[in-house]
Design a protein around this ligand. Structure first.
Ligand SMILES: Nc1ncnc2c1ncn2[C@@H]1O[C@H](COP(=O)(O)OP(=O)(O)OP(=O)(O)O)[C@@H](O)[C@H]1O
Length: 467
């Protein structure tokens, strides 16, 4: 049992008893509020957050039992301890059935009441931790090693060690696939919150309408499809770390809500008036230039300063000297080898998709290779036989207004599919924009979410083709 202060609500219509209780609990260091009626208690419950409520059963107006019913229906996450007079044990049993965790018969010693409240508070915390653990188990990924010995990566590790123990918000910038999530986890592992929840959300991967309910939760019935109360990720991460990936994609309308949580830890679930308090460390990541997004009016300046207290930039893989080779050694499965030509080709590739792309290429090669040895033949042709990226793709016969494309892509050829053309163009632009999806989408004139969907489809069809 911990002795930290309990956030306590005392509800009793007997003024003298309630006040002496309140004085006693305050002397013991607890954070106490009082209510002389069920209605007044309900107001306080809707406004603040409590660990435990002590309710007297026999009150005029709304009885303790009715109040308990309201607490139960609103699914408030607090524990209830009942106070009952002699002869009302049966009522106390009904209260327990409604979910109260303990009851005491009046008159009782204040020391005993405090002891029961401490037990109730511990139970409340256990229940919360249980929820957090469940969320963690379903979302967690195994610990990942941050491979890299280049000067650029040594600087990243130095920064991780500096920012980790501060507990302050961190903004991680870097191209897609450079390892921003791995770095976020490694900051958490080196912080005081290492054993607390680490919860992640990717703002670009979710439809806009879902981001709000994922982050802040919702109340049953607050919109079509809200069939039950839902805890938001902020509440699940309470006491721990929330990693917000692609924060630049957070809808403008939601940004003030995030700003509030960052300012004083308060939030409201969708459709709920009750304010809740959370304590969460934010680590955000972006592959978009947030300063530019602020200038363009897509990202609030005040929020930018809140998330950008400390920042860290991940270099693209092509700027990490010697790390491609180290990563190859790390990624090759036990008992596998790679011949020198294939290794050379990998080391000379510019890796617009960074480490993630290298992982995919090696995975694909291990599917295609014979005898556990990767050769040039097992690598995608643009890596095994690179063409000069600066050679224009559309450099052909201008009089026909058509382009000279690689042989398999002759415009007008009956075998040429529109999908293949689109795919090639999308990937070329992505490579030219060095993996930056925001710029690629802008260049292509499509929304970023559309680009994400296309890339996901290409990745799936590449895996299917390899198999
Ligand atoms: N230095 C590294 N050592 C080992 N694995 C790494 C390293 N960097 C990245 N990875 C791996 O590369 C993949 C992509 O990393 P991650 O998801 O962290 O990138 P990201 O920058 O967050 O990408 P995005 O911007 O697309 O969300 C993951 O499988 C991760 O484990």
């Amino acid at each position: 049992m911990t002795n930290s202060p309990i956030k306590l609500l005392l509800v009793d219509d007997e003024d003298d008893y309630r006040r002496s209780c309140m004085k006693y609990m305050q002397r013991k260091g607890h954070d106490v509020q009082e209510a002389g009626s069920g209605a007044q208690a309900m107001m306080l419950l809707e406004r603040g957050s409590f660990d435990v409520a002590v309710l007297d059963i026999d009150m005029p107006g709304m009885t303790g039992l009715e109040l308990m019913q309201r607490i139960y229906e609103a699914k408030m996450d607090l524990e209830v301890v009942f106070l009952t007079g002699h002869g009302s044990i049966e009522t106390a049993v009904s209260a327990m059935k409604l979910g109260a965790c303990d009851y005491l018969t009046k008159p009782c010693s204040l020391g005993d009441l405090e002891h029961r409240c401490l037990l109730a508070r511990d139970r409340n915390q256990l229940r919360k931790e249980n929820l957090q653990l469940k969320a963690l188990v379903s979302r967690s990924t195994p610990k990942q090693k941050l491979v890299g010995e280049s000067a650029a990566m040594k600087e990243v590790v130095r920064m991780i060690e500096k920012v980790a123990p501060t507990g302050k918000p961190v903004l991680i910038e870097g191209e897609s696939g450079t390892g921003k999530e791995v770095v976020a986890r490694s900051i958490q592992e080196r912080s005081e919150l290492a054993n607390k929840p680490f919860v992640t959300i990717n703002c670009a991967a979710l439809p806009e309408q879902l981001v709000e309910s994922e982050l802040f939760g919702h109340q049953k019935g607050s919109f079509t499809g809200a069939t039950s109360d839902k805890l938001g990720l902020f509440e699940i991460a309470d006491g721990g770390t929330l990693f917000i990936d692609e924060i630049g994609e957070l809808p403008l309308a939601l940004q003030p809500k995030l700003l509030r949580v960052l300012e004083d830890g308060s939030l409201r679930r969708i459709g709920c008036h009750r304010e809740r308090k959370v304590k969460v460390r934010i680590i955000a990541a972006t592959n978009r230039d947030l300063t530019q997004a602020v200038k363009d009016g897509h990202f609030r300046e005040d929020l930018f300063y809140r998330v950008n207290v400390l920042s860290l930039t991940l270099p693209p893989l092509r700027h990490r000297e010697g790390d491609v080779e180290r990563l190859i050694d790390h990624l090759l499965p036990k008992g596998w080898s790679i011949d020198s030509d294939a290794k050379e080709a990998l080391m000379h590739h510019p890796w617009p998709g960074n480490v993630r792309q290298l992982i995919n290429v090696i995975e694909r090669a291990t599917i295609l290779a014979d005898h556990h040895d990767i050769t040039l033949d097992d690598l995608p042709s643009e890596i095994a036989h690179p063409v000069d990226m600066h050679t224009p793709i559309f450099n052909g016969d201008a009089s026909h207004g058509s382009a000279s494309l690689p042989p398999q892509f002759v415009v007008g050829s009956p075998d040429l599919k529109v999908d293949d053309l689109v795919r090639t163009h999308v990937l070329e632009v992505l490579a030219k924009e060095k993996g930056n999806k925001a710029r690629t989408a802008r260049k292509l004139g499509i929304h970023r979410r559309k680009l994400y969907r296309l890339l996901e489809r290409y990745a799936q069809s590449a895996t299917a083709a390899a198999v």
